[in-house]
Ligand binder design. Structure first.
Ligand SMILES: [Zn+2]
Length: 150
């Protein structure tokens, strides 16, 4: 994936995040899993299938855990994967670590608003994953959540 590819996929993930049903206590996030050949494997967004599902979780749930394409795939998420959550036993950071995915691209670090200190990026890197942050797109990913941040 080139930087231009990363930007293009992240722009699509940001568009996807606009589909999230609004919620008072949760961010709107879009996620896309892209295979090594540059083909979209799955996507997801916050609250897509139930009130608590996260974007990365929703995208991952659409592929078999042993899908061979996951090994070379990149997961794009508009927000840093969560490292703490009440609604499910596993955080998105853990779900990604348990998957064969080894590259994650994010636009926006989780602010200390709903969780005191999200350590998704640090935890993924400690697990050996490459994490790329597209700082130039952070403002656009954040803008979808202006209702929470006002
Ligand atoms: Zn999550």
């Amino acid at each position: 994936m080139t930087h231009a590819d990363d930007v293009t996929w992240m722009e699509r993930a940001i568009e996807l995040s606009r589909k999230c049903p609004p919620a008072e206590g949760a961010f709107s996030v879009g996620a896309i899993i892209v295979g090594a050949d540059g083909e979209e494997l799955a996507n997801g967004y916050s609250r897509e299938t139930d009130a608590h599902v996260h974007a990365e979780e929703s995208a991952l749930s659409k592929l078999p855990a042993d899908d061979p394409r996951l090994a070379g795939a990149t997961l794009y998420s508009t927000l840093e994967p969560c490292s703490e959550r009440k609604s499910r036993p596993l955080t998105c950071t853990q779900l990604i670590l348990h998957s064969p995915i080894r590259r994650v691209v994010i636009a926006w670090r989780e602010p200390s608003l709903l969780v005191a200190d999200c350590v998704g990026v640090e935890t993924l890197r400690a697990g050996g994953l490459q994490v790329v942050e597209l700082h130039d797109l952070a403002g656009r990913a954040r803008s979808v959540n202006d209702h929470l941040l006002a």
